[in-house]
Design a protein around this ligand. Structure first.
Ligand SMILES: NC(=O)c1ccc[n+]([C@@H]2O[C@H](COP(=O)([O-])OP(=O)(O)OC[C@H]3O[C@@H](n4cnc5c(N)ncnc54)[C@H](OP(=O)(O)O)[C@@H]3O)[C@@H](O)[C@H]2O)c1
Length: 192
């Protein structure tokens, strides 16, 4: 709603149509209904996320900002695997962000000052990549899977700009965006 109020065109993505309808209703109430679009997609699916990229590119050749924040924690319960064979946290917390950020790179580079806001948990010294068992099909634990996705996402944030050094640069993690998530990061100057 913040960007809609500032006159931007916003495409919101989620798997729940009711949430999309609520967003469109709010946008309409603020006379910004024409600028809001909701696209239903299951971001645990690489195929669906790739289709989403194609759909966004076909309607929006320029993307100014990409906000990556889809998450659904499954800390308890049995291991869940997507129809494509990926462990749920890995698919949603990492793979979808990989596909969206790399897939929309050309559209982002077409913008004057593109930004990818990858909402995550940098600076938290918990979890690691289990390279020997990346899908955790041998020793699954919901916390382990969630933390592995966090750390994979950190690597995405570090690797992405170094892959495109001529056009992109990495901004340091912003503790102020989610203060409680990054206790090891120094506070920004002037932050409470
Ligand atoms: N909450 C915290 O304490 C906390 C702390 C540190 C960092 N973070 C980070 O902040 C970000 C947002 O977390 P949050 O807790 O604020 O989550 P949230 O409010 O529950 O929002 C997550 C969003 O992800 C979407 N989503 C979930 N599964 C999806 C799927 N399969 N396909 C498409 N969209 C899907 C949901 O929309 P639908 O329901 O429509 O699918 C929802 O709008 C995450 O990156 C998280 O790691 C959160």
């Amino acid at each position: 709603m913040h960007y809609l109020r500032h006159g931007a065109r916003v495409i919101a993505v989620g798997s729940t149509p009711a949430k999309g309808a609520a967003l469109l209703a709010d946008a309409t109430a603020e006379s910004a209904g024409d600028c809001a679009t909701f696209l239903q997609a299951d971001l645990t699916s690489v195929a669906a996320t790739s289709e989403l990229v194609a759909r966004i590119q076909s309607t929006s050749p320029t993307v100014d900002q990409l906000v990556l924040c889809a998450q659904r924690y499954r800390l308890f319960g049995p291991r869940s695997v997507t129809p494509e064979g990926f462990e749920h946290a890995f698919a949603l917390g990492y793979l979808s962000r990989y596909v969206l950020s790399h897939g929309l790179r050309t559209a982002l580079e077409a913008a004057p000052r593109p930004v990818i806001l990858n909402v995550g948990t940098p600076g938290v010294p918990l979890g690691r990549l289990h390279r020997e068992d990346l899908q955790l099909d041998r020793r699954y634990d919901g916390f382990k899977a969630t933390l592995q996705a966090f750390r994979a996402n950190d690597l995405l944030g570090a690797a992405y700009p170094s892959r495109y050094p001529d056009t992109l640069r990495r901004l340091p993690p912003r503790r102020g965006v989610d203060r409680h998530a990054a206790p090891s990061l120094p506070p920004r100057r002037g932050a409470p």
